[in-house]
Design a protein around this ligand. Sequence first.
Ligand code: NAD
Length: 465
Amino acid sequence: MNADGQQIATLVRKVLDQLVAEGPLSPVAGCDGIFATIDDAVEAAVAAQRKLLPMTLLKRKEIIANIRGHVLENNERIARLAVEETHLGRVEDKIRENILCAEKTPGVEDIQPVAISGDHGLMLLEYAPVGIIGALTPITNPTGTIINNAISMISAGNSVVFNCHPSARETSRQVVRLIHRAIVAAGGPAGLVGMVEEPTLDTARDLVAHPKINLLVATGGRAVVDVVLRSGKKAIGAGAGNPPCLVDETANIRRAAECIVNGASINNNIFCICEKEVIVVREVENALVKFIQETGRAYLLSDEESARVTKLVVNDGAINAKYIGKDVQIILRDVGINVDEACRLAIFRAPPDHPLVWKEQMMPVLPIVCVEGVQEGIELAVKVEKGNRHTAIMHSTNVENMTAFARAIQTTIFVKNAPCYAGIGLGGEGHTSFTIAGPTGEGLTSARTFTRQRRCVLSESFRII
Ligand code: NAD
């Protein structure tokens, strides 16, 4: 046999070994992470997690590095697909979202153990995997949420079965598939991430009820968070927001205007953290509106125009889904207003009881409410945030005002003098998360969130000093 023949024989043996190692669950080999049923996906996830556990942390790091690399290589394709399939957001912003998730989601370093040594010996605290996670993901960020969740959950040693939003199923399949390929190519087990080929509300229920799921994670609106919290399992809920942005008379108004346009228009306002209403102190209201217009990227609606837009986008008190995540040009065109291509946002002066102040509109139409003073602004902002404990933004140079607002509103993310997205690490310090768990309190989730703590104690002196 020549050298080529030997190489082929070695290769064939390796493939056969792998098939044998994967056992009779042959659907897993070549499944690419896509399964016919929740049961198939969960069984594969159980087998995969069992294989991951004895692997070294170095191997886990290699798997995570490969996931990051595959995402970045395929970024434009999945960003484009997400916008084409869901008709939400902007391709250039989805690309930023994917880079953010690939690069700033913490990896294995997030589960560094803690050791304490003292007169009574040694205590070691380790962050162990919870096991098999069932994760429900939203239509608004099908790529970012899956990338972010997969990196965090696998870094912690878990496997994950996603039930993705049915209206983002092809994008979700593509993202799960590429993550799955990255895992296997790095020597990780097949089946570590998975989803059902046709996700529906029924498959979501199957996932929530599956006895082998150890932890449920819901990223979405209030209803799905309630579903996982009622499941009887350990659950993490990352729910809706309605982030108010408060501007007081001490703010750098030009900078505030720039930040508001950038924040409220990113991805056509579909991020849960986006500024959804501005509350401004009367003394600086005109200046703020003028500076927002001077960015050249925002259109000020007259009272008559804003009434027409409101009628279009709010039906019977509910947001008209047809306009969620759409470009401002599309929304305004449907009421007969044409704006140039550079425009990203429509703003309008609104009374405090305007429906877009209270609803999570998720579109680039931003109400601006005027108040007499900062205290009145804080009180209104707390009411419109509705106890979501999600995100709030403030533009001010008065530390006392900022502290008063932060204390009153109690949000998970509080951004000062920056666009909302600084709060998820885009142009701001800190890691990113696309599962911001306000209702259950884990905050910006990361690998450590998806662990259980285990303590090991050695009760004899174990000090080297
Ligand atoms: P959604 O609640 O309609 O759907 C989210 C996921 O839950 C989907 O996979 C959906 O199929 C599933 N789902 C919905 N209702 C269900 C039910 N009764 N039983 C089982 N599964 C159910 O949300 P969406 O429209 O896809 O996303 C937008 C919402 O998500 C906004 O409110 C936004 O603020 C929120 N969001 C929050 C975060 C966060 O980190 N807190 C991140 C992104 C989006």
